[in-house]
Design a protein around this ligand. Structure first.
Ligand code: AMP
Ligand code: MG
Length: 476
């Protein structure tokens, strides 16, 4: 869609250093031949040399940021180098992030600091390993120039791979242009790229909307199941494909507290852990508004049809969430009271300030006779002992041995997540001491999050020394 992008070249990095690259992802993208010459590979993904056949563009989009509409956002520090078919025949976007000014940079410099680049690399790849739909990271490059933030910081560029960068905000942009053909073309394109089945039914745009709602509900349920807080669920950061993008101020929750917020700019907790499912519906309502005229000629009828789909988001989300939570506590059958059992556990976790990730691993240990760590987490809470008894009773309906249930739990409950203090430690060493060892070690551990490894105990735990609340910042 020419109306929604501008041709723009990256600003070449002065002296790029390839800090990390994703060999297996390069393979998935058929980019292996490029790896034979890492110097050229670095030239390409630092904006110094054009990828063959590439015509870089910056995409236009709008967005509701913290509830307020901003009509003119767009790729202010990102450029789409092009699209490529992966090994499964799926079209993927290759995007540089932090490669300099674009027509959408507004008051920004179009650049990125190295810290946020490495942070996105680490966390997005960890999400991928956890089976959560996400954009991927192909490279992280130190550009060799400083960027001016509150202090001078080393600059970075990352290469992001996504199944597309079409956002709810892209639809808001097309809608705001009042060009009805533009929004139809955008919807048709999104259907053919992401939801071809929706194109085959009587009302493709309604089916498209339902498909987006479904994917987004699945995504947020996945986030909730691992304690992930995205941090900036603005409509411009929500993809139509249902992949997680924009790892700015995101973080994993340690102690279970539903009102947890890490982002320094989220003063009112709009994007707190517990608000994520509500914001999901809020954002999709913004998408629905842009589709009204496509769904039905009669506006009232269109609103009625879209509202029916919107009303399904909550139950659809709850179903996904319930299914993920069931498997976290070892249930494979479905019983009506399961939701109470899960809610009671979450309540007890909150009251006892229990670490979200450790709790589920300790439960499986308790099931095979090692109650030390669960006792440690819940102290001697009698209410928790009662819950354990209820849980055991419920597990007896499964007709599977406790050992088997415990192993199945360990396959869905990660032991190693990107612990905030470990991420910070790794970034500090990489950015300020040019030492990638802690980063590479952490990245390596996160590649196998379910398998306990001797000697890595410190990577399992939250930071027990810090008294300060962990704070995150937008990745600018
Ligand atoms: P984000 O909060 O990271 O999703 O970014 C919101 C908007 O600000 C997007 O349009 C970005 O392209 C733009 N933006 C963020 N950082 C910069 C920067 N350093 N220079 C120019 N634009 C930026
Ligand atoms: Mg964004």
């Amino acid at each position: 869609m020419d109306e929604m992008c501008v041709k723009c070249d990256p600003s070449p990095s002065p002296s790029p250093v390839l800090l990390i690259f994703n060999k297996s992802l390069a393979g998935e993208l058929n980019l292996n031949p490029l790896l034979n010459d890492l110097e050229e590979f670095t030239e390409i993904f630092s904006g110094r040399k054009m990828l063959q056949g590439s015509q870089p563009i910056a995409q236009a989009y709008s967005g509701h940021q913290f509830g307020h509409f901003n009509p003119f956002l767009g790729d202010g520090r990102a450029l789409l180098l092009g699209e490529i078919f992966n090994k499964n025949g799926r079209l993927m976007d290759i995007q540089l992030k932090g490669s300099g000014l674009t027509p959408f940079s507004r008051r920004g410099d179009g650049k990125s600091a190295l810290g946020p680049v490495l942070r996105e690399y680490l966390i997005s790849e960890s999400m991928h390993v956890l089976g959560i739909p996400t954009s991927r990271s192909l490279t992280a490059i130190k550009t060799g120039e400083s960027v001016h933030r509150e202090e001078e910081l080393p600059g970075g560029i990352m290469t992001r791979i996504a199944s597309s960068h079409i956002r709810v905000g892209s639809f808001e942009y097309a809608y705001k242009s009042e060009n009805k053909l533009l929004i139809k073309n955008l919807a048709d394109y999104a259907i053919s790229r992401h939801f071809p089945d929706a194109g085959k039914v009587e009302n493709p745009y309604l089916a498209f909307f339902a498909a987006v709602c479904n994917q987004q509900a699945l995504l947020v349920a996945n986030w909730m199941s691992v304690g992930f807080i995205h941090g900036v669920m603005n409509t411009d950061n929500m993809t139509i494909s249902g992949e997680t993008i924009d790892y700015g101020p995101c973080a994993f929750m340690d102690i279970y507290n539903p009102s947890t917020v890490f982002s320094s700019i989220d003063k009112n907790g709009r994007y707190s852990y517990e608000n994520q499912p509500k914001i999901l519906t809020w954002n999709l309502t913004r998408l629905a508004e842009t589709l009204i005229h496509l769904v039905h000629d009669d506006q009232n009828e269109a609103i009625k049809l879209l509202t029916e789909v919107l009303q399904l988001i909550k139950p659809v989300y709850t179903n996904y969430w319930l299914s993920l939570m069931r498997s976290k506590i070892g249930l494979s059958k479905e019983e009506q009271d399961d939701i109470q059992l899960i809610s009671q556990l979450l309540n007890l976790m909150e009251i006892n300030n229990v670490d979200f990730t450790l709790c589920f691993r300790s439960l499986s240990k308790a099931l095979v006779g090692d109650r030390k760590s669960i006792k440690n987490l819940f102290k001697n809470d009698i209410a928790f002992d009662n819950w354990m008894a209820l849980w055991k009773e419920r597990l007896s309906h499964e007709s599977i041995s406790d050992e088997k249930i415990a192993s199945s739990m360990d396959l869905v409950n990660p032991l190693y997540i990107p612990r905030n203090h470990k991420v910070e430690e790794a970034l500090e060493a990489a950015v300020f001491h040019s030492n990638m060892k802690p980063f590479n070690k952490l990245h390596g551990i996160l590649k196998n999050p379910y398998q306990e490894v001797e000697g890595l105990h410190e990577y399992e735990k939250p930071d027990e020394n810090s008294k300060e609340k962990y704070k995150t910042y937008c990745g600018t």
